[in-house]
Design a protein around this ligand. Structure first.
Ligand code: UDP
Ligand code: MG
Length: 319
């Protein structure tokens, strides 16, 4: 029996040595307790620092360590997809390279999956200590909104740290969409998931790749990817405005019949034109967002491009 741990890495040179130490320890604990082997599959997401050379060294010395390297930065979603595609284990875990996801939880996850009751064991952050308050606030709003307008439930605090069986991995891989929003994808595929709570940890080294704006765009991507309610909202808004316009026409006709037609009212007209222009552009923006995503999907571009793998490197050495 084998466990694969997929680790997306983008500029993690500083954190990797400590991560490797921690995972070696965990792997030997897992072996001692469950008798299972652990393979570490790192996905270098086009890092610009020494991440790749750290990985090359590690893979050269230990057969349990493998890596894939992207030709450029494709994002964590793409890195997770690539890792899941190439993982060989019976159980596959995904975790971050910055030790924000406690490796000791892998043990707990294995024991949950081994009971056969669950197909997936996932970590859920129960505290947000160390996070800017504004970010926590918007993040909560996002989960609220998302769960209200989408059929796919997104659990608050759910993170990508999880372990799943082969069957779940196959299901996730069968969703080949280009705009990947894993929180939604994990939930969309279903299966019985056991949530394991954990406290937020600080990064051991390096810094987060997420800016506020980056998170905002990611949230929009999640909404567009898993809900079409904004389109219905646009249509409803159109109907409401039409109804308003109809009432106004009635009002003007009656007023003109009763009191004649003195010139005036152009400032209100100007405001109205501007308001309607704004509403139309806003709605077109929403439509455009869906159209843009459709455009990207129909191009059927690959989710990532590899530039090197540990298997290639080994072949070259033997050549
Ligand atoms: N990551 C990645 N590609 C990216 C951004 C991040 O593979 O474009 C990896 C990163 O190396 C880390 C994980 O995704 O292992 C989570 O990133 P980060 O710690 O920056 O996010 P946070 O924990 O702050 O949400
Ligand atoms: Mg992190």
């Amino acid at each position: 029996m084998m466990i694969s741990v997929v680790v997306p890495c983008y500029n993690e040179e500083a954190a990797l040595p400590r991560f490797l130490d921690a995972l070696r320890q965990t792997a030997s604990d897992l072996f001692a307790e469950f008798g299972c082997d652990t393979e570490l599959l790192f996905v270098d997401d086009g890092s610009r620092d020494g991440t790749l050379s750290v990985l090359r060294d590690a893979a050269r010395n230990e057969t349990a360590i493998r890596y894939l390297s992207f030709s450029r930065n494709f994002g964590k979603e793409a890195a997770m997809y690539a890792g899941l595609q190439r993982a060989r284990g019976d159980y596959v875990a995904i975790m971050d390279a910055d030790l924000q996801h406690p490796p000791s939880m892998l043990r707990e996850m294995v024991s949950v999956l081994r009971t056969g009751e669950y197909d997936c064991a996932a970590a859920r952050r129960v505290s947000r200590t160390g996070e800017p308050p504004l970010r926590s606030f918007f993040s909560r709003r996002f989960y609220r909104l998302m769960n209200r307008i989408s059929d796919t439930e997104v659990v608050e605090g759910a993170c990508d740290f999880r372990m799943m069986t082969r069957r779940v991995v196959e299901a996730i891989l069968s969703l080949r969409e280009y705009n990947r929003f894993s929180k939604g994808i994990f939930s969309w595929v279903g299966f019985r998931t056991k949530w394991l709570p954990f406290e937020n940890q600080e990064r051991v080294a390096g810094e987060t790749k997420w800016s506020f704006w980056g998170l905002f765009v990611y949230a929009i991507q999640g909404i567009v990817g898993f809900s079409t309610v904004p389109l219905v909202f646009v249509a409803l808004l159109g109907v409401l405005l039409c109804a308003g316009a109809f009432l106004m026409v009635l009002y003007i006709i009656i007023k003109t019949l009763l009191f004649g037609d003195p010139v005036g009212g152009w400032p209100s007209m100007a405001c109205m034109v501007m308001f309607l222009g704004g509403v139309q552009l806003f709605c077109m923006g929403i439509l455009g967002e869906y159209l843009a995503k459709t455009y990207l999907e129909v191009k059927r571009r690959p989710i990532y491009v590899l530039s090197e793998t540990s298997e290639d490197a080994e072949k070259n050495r033997n050549f």
